[in-house]
Design a protein around this ligand. Structure first.
Ligand code: 13P
Length: 228
């Protein structure tokens, strides 16, 4: 059984959600599918699909205009939440410390955080991949509770380029060895129906975090099928 998490980012509308979710609900698979939707699409009819969000506030409640709390997500039926996706770190200046607070708040409210880590191309070229991953992990994983780690090299996101299998195994083995307890580890970045099976079969990879290919049945269902 592999974990397959779709991340719609800031894409999609209600019709597109209904279309994909109906198809997903009719798809028999031994894998676990989780869909991380934009906040506005989380409510309503979900056809039995497991829901995730793409971000959560590091605060419990209060005067934080525009933010969404873990209790609100829980109330809306959300079971998983991405924390520290590289696009949040890049565009919203999220630090490891904030990511840890977000993940801790999620856990406290019964939501499993999916903590994202990964190096930039500059860091990779400088030979810093392992050091960057270790630092991100040591500063952003919560003290207690259950969580998932997603290894998403920034340069592999939306680029059509993936690391080699040996680069992935090196990174995920470091993650596996660094975590105090055994937690699921995902790979994310330019996954499609052609590379999904091979990457999901790499040792220590428990599943995939998928961006653009999760938006439509035509690209997402073949990935699910290839992992069955
Ligand atoms: P792509 O699959 O579009 O490269 O995005 C990966 C990602 O950022 C998932 O969180």
């Amino acid at each position: 059984m592999k974990l397959i998490i779709g991340n719609w980012k800031m894409n999609g509308n209600l019709d597109e959600k209904n279309f994909l979710f109906k198809d997903l609900s009719n798809t028999k698979t031994k894998n676990k599918i989780i869909m991380c939707l934009p906040f506005t699409l989380i409510g309503g009819e979900n056809f039995g699909i497991t829901l995730g969000a793409q971000d959560v506030s590091n605060h419990e409640n209060g005067a934080y205009t525009g933010d969404i709390s873990a209790t609100m997500l829980k109330d809306a039926g959300v079971q998983y939440v991405l924390c520290g996706h590289s696009e949040r770190r890049l565009h919203h200046n999220e630090t490891n410390e904030m990511v840890k607070e977000k993940a801790t708040t999620a856990i406290k409210n019964g939501i499993i955080p999916v903590i994202c880590v990964g190096e930039t191309m500059e860091e990779k070229n400088a030979g810093h991949t392992i050091a960057v991953i270790k630092k991100m992990l040591s500063e952003s994983i919560p003290e207690n509770g259950e969580y998932i780690i997603a290894y998403e090299p920034r340069w592999a996101i939306g680029s059509g380029v993936t690391p080699t299998n040996s680069e992935i195994v090196l990174a995920v083995k470091i993650i596996f060895d660094t975590l105090p307890n055994s937690m699921p580890i995902l790979y994310g970045g330019s996954i499609n129906a052609t590379n999904a099976k091979e990457i999901a079969s790499i040792p220590y990879v428990d599943g995939l975090l998928i961006g653009s290919a999760s938006l439509k049945s035509e690209t997402f269902l073949p990935i699910i099928k290839t992992l069955d």
